[in-house]
Design a binder for this molecule. Structure first.
Ligand SMILES: Cc1ncc(COP(=O)(O)O)c(C=O)c1O
Length: 457
């Protein structure tokens, strides 16, 4: 008889328990191809259950092709290849104490804006979703609002139909990479780690390029991914001459420039630097994100691809339905239309304008500022030991402080990347006191403030 034990105290119905047992006996090799199963009558009697229980279990196994019936002679195992014993499932590592992240990507969202957020989601819940799959380019009214915003804030004149709504910058980059011709992708070094991973995941080579050096050649590259408004993470604005050189290199190599315009709204000393795409929309793919002006957790962004790739992207999206969920798009529409996102940007800009000099005043005696003060983080150059000491001191005080070295691939720059958007004022004060304490405990940085190791310029 089959080694079966049915447990009447379990919620799982008896036929399901029996079918699961037979599946397991096949996969562990107890039963092999051609083995005959007991008749339903005999097994039911053996197990002390109604015959219908066994019949239901056999019917299910038959439907799944684990067993087959041969007329007049019974039920047999159809496929008896024993599976290798499954590896024990990897358990996620136990979580250590939670540290407050001082990362470059978390924006300040004023809690006073909660009413507008609620209104947006109320509107979502009161609106019927489209009957079928949504427009593959994204919600039409949202693309109208985005085109208006791009013209107003980024000097970029685009038709709403040229805008593709994405699930954030990295999603836009991923989709674009799928449409480009063969070739590697030049990526700034140090640079945005999500872009590096996205390029690698697309099966393309990452071509390291010193972050502050002009790009003068793109032979063999399908694209160059850059952050011209605010180099991530060194903070510099790409000079006009470098912009022109980059476009010339892209034109002569037939490559695309991917402009990641992730936080350009957050200049507090001067007006935002115009988008690189405004110089040549036929060559530049523009990536924007709602991660800074609304929330990174919304997972929304937009892509304006050069016309030669736009149709292909739309055709793909029509087939794959690779568009962000309608409710999130609909909520963003309200947030843009009601001026909520503009309000968030204005208040956050004031907060950053206040915090950035505070950070600078605390850090300047110990480290060298890598770029102009802008956005929601600043990067500080130190020798490697000071960077590690600053990180350790931050950790001991409950903060997670990213190291500049973590953004480097072949470049050798050391220091820390200090995000000040995702903390309260009191937390920032505590973090700064811990970090500067850590820095003060290490030998003074090199006189020029330039870390040991080759420069990446
Ligand atoms: C350089 C850069 N690009 C883009 C983003 C935003 O990416 P996403 O739109 O995928 O959230 C960030 C966020 O930190 C960033 O630092």
């Amino acid at each position: 008889m089959l080694p079966v034990h049915l447990d009447r105290t379990r919620a799982e119905p008896l036929p399901a328990q029996l079918a699961a047992t037979v599946r397991r006996l096949v996969t562990d090799g107890t039963l092999t191809t051609g083995d005959r199963l007991p008749s339903s009558r005999a097994l039911a009697a053996d197990l002390g259950v109604a015959r219908a229980v066994v019949e239901q279990a056999y019917d299910q196994l038959l439907a799944e092709a684990w067993v087959e019936t041969r007329r007049g002679s019974g039920t047999f195992v159809a496929s008896g290849e024993a599976l290798p014993a499954p590896a024990p499932p990897p358990r996620p590592a136990a979580r250590g104490p939670q540290h407050i992240r001082l990362d470059a990507g978390t924006p300040w969202i004023d809690p006073r804006h909660v009413a507008g957020w609620r209104r947006a989601w109320r509107e979502v819940s009161a609106t019927r979703p489209p009957r079928g799959y949504p427009d593959p380019r994204g919600l039409a009214e949202l693309r109208d609002a985005l085109a208006e915003r791009l013209a107003r804030t980024r000097g970029l004149t685009v038709e709403p139909d040229e805008v593709l709504v994405t699930a954030g910058s990295t999603d836009g980059l991923r989709q674009l990479l799928g449409a480009l011709g063969p070739g590697g992708v030049l990526v700034e070094d140090p640079g945005y780690r999500a872009a590096v991973e996205t390029v690698r995941a697309a099966g393309r080579a990452v071509v390291d390029h010193p972050a502050l050096a002009p790009v003068t050649g793109l032979a063999g590259c399908a694209a160059a991914y850059v952050t011209p408004a605010h180099q991530h993470p060194l903070g510099r604005v790409m000079p006009a001459a470098d912009r022109l050189a980059l476009l010339a290199a892209a034109r002569s190599a037939g490559a695309v420039v991917v402009e990641d315009d992730y936080d350009s709204e957050f200049r507090y000393d001067v007006a935002p630097v115009p988008a690189l795409a405004a110089l040549d929309q036929s060559r530049v793919a523009y990536l924007g994100t709602a991660s800074k002006s609304v929330s990174p957790s919304l997972r929304l962004g937009w892509l304006v691809a050069p016309p030669e790739f736009h149709e292909l992207l739309v055709r793909r999206r029509t087939i794959t339905h690779d568009t962000p969920p309608w409710p999130a798009q609909r909520a963003l529409l309200t947030l843009l239309r009601d001026g909520w996102a503009d309000k968030v940007v204005r208040t956050a800009r004031r907060v950053y304008a206040d915090r950035a000099p505070r950070v600078a005043a605390a850090m300047a005696p110990h480290a060298e500022l890598a770029g102009p003060l802008a956005g929601m983080y600043s990067t500080w150059l130190t020798d490697p030991a000071s960077a590690t000491a600053a990180r350790a001191a931050a950790r001991a005080a409950g903060f997670d402080l990213p190291l500049l070295a973590d953004y480097c691939r072949t470049a050798r720059r050391t220091g820390v990347v200090l995000g000040f958007g995702g903390v309260t004022d009191a937390e920032l004060d505590r973090a700064l006191s811990a970090i500067t304490g850590g820095l003060a405990g290490t030998p003074a940085r090199s006189p020029a403030g330039v870390p040991a190791g080759p420069s990446d310029q």
